[in-house]
Design a protein around this ligand. Sequence first.
Ligand code: NAD
Length: 484
Amino acid sequence: MKHFKNFINGEWVGTSRTFENRNPADNTLIGHVHEAGQAEVDAAVQAARNALHGPWGRMTVAQRVALLHAVADGINRRFDEFVQAEIADTGKPFGLASHIDIPRGAANFKVFADLIRNVPTESFAMDTPDGGKAINYAVRSPRGVIGVVCPWNLPLLLMTWKVGPALACGNTVVVKPSEETPATATLLGEVMNEAGVPPGVYNVVHGFGPDSAGAFLTAHPQVNGITFTGETRTGEAIMKAAANGVRPVSFELGGKNAGIVFADADFDKAVAGIARSAFENSGQVCLGTERVYVQRPVFERFVAALKAKAEGLKLGRPTEPGVNMGPLVSHEHRDKVLAYYRKAAEAGATVVTGGGVPQMPGALAEGAWVQPTIWTGLPESAAVIREEIFGPCCHIAPFDTEEEVIALANDTPYGLAATVWTGDLGTAHRMGSALEVGICWINAWFLRDLRTAFGGARQSGIGREGGVHSLEFYTELRNVCVRL
Ligand code: NAD
């Protein structure tokens, strides 16, 4: 039986309070997770503080870059272990874990290491009032100890998306992985030690949110900044905690993203793109599409085509060849998603496909499975159109004009992402500026250049991470003014 312990100052720390980690595909027990209390969180933050002033803090950029490359190589060397751990925790299909989660998780260290090696800082020469000259130049220094609070949907990828730039900039981190997915953050501790990362630079504390490791970490006065990915409601709680000590936050939060298909779009590509954005990772992608708007001339045809795609998904054991849809992450999350399936039916939706729990064979019957689901016919006020469900489901509504669909898409408190399908260049660019989101894909979805800004507008986030934008949060920018 596995034990997922806290990783503090380069060592494994068990506690007397453990909770179960179960595989959502068949509900089998993976292992026991050791919940960190206030004492373990204090120790982790202290270790991270000390490490700032130890060998880590004295390293040259080149040495730090070399270490981060070694971490990425270490993940790749143990690639299969990471893939299996991620699959067991999340139930996601092998193809996803092995093509996206783990390779991108490793790449995040290299991308930000290379960035920090090359990034310039600004400099200005100025004339002084007395006829002399001065120069100003900027110096970036690490912010300090960064608290990293992570969700369960892309555990390693989203965690390293924060830990990569944090370490590249010379910070130290205390990571609180989701209670649902403790494995890969724990495994990364082993890789950090193997790579020779000094103790205390990377720490992991396990547990939950309120009254547990998440709350203890975010309230800790010695944490200098908090980066968080998760639900908007949780972000509100963390922001309140961060207010004590006026600590900065970087938030990647929830969404209720629109997919928009114009009649002039390449039909087959649009169907394939929306199918991915609605159903990939069982709909548990923050950037996923739960509201689809299709221009009226192709509406009926589109609904039929997306139905065929949904019904063509192969549900099954994540490691079985050809399987492209896994379970939801947990029974608890399934209860939430099924509650929305019921709400849609009660509100009078036409259930185009799905709407319930699939019959799964053998041991899989114990897993957290739901059917991919499509609705039509609901008013825009319906809960399944307003609220984030985070399941493999979408509502499809017809629209007539560009102005109408812009208003529909923007009518949400969120503003994370949109995917627009059109054959017209003018429409594409107009939509790109009209949709109030952090990222707008045209004839694409989930295509990410890691140098670009990533984040959400409105209630979908605060700040941007990615490329040089990550430096805004992970460093303090100091101006040095020298009178000549
Ligand atoms: P969640 O907010 O429930 O939990 C995220 C993390 O916060 C977990 O580690 C949890 O233990 C911790 N937490 C919970 N309450 C806390 C508290 N009071 N103080 C400190 N920590 C606390 O989110 P989730 O269910 O794990 O993830 C799904 C959500 O994440 C969805 O809303 C999704 O849209 C969002 N998400 C957003 C992005 C993005 O980039 N914008 C990416 C992935 C997921």
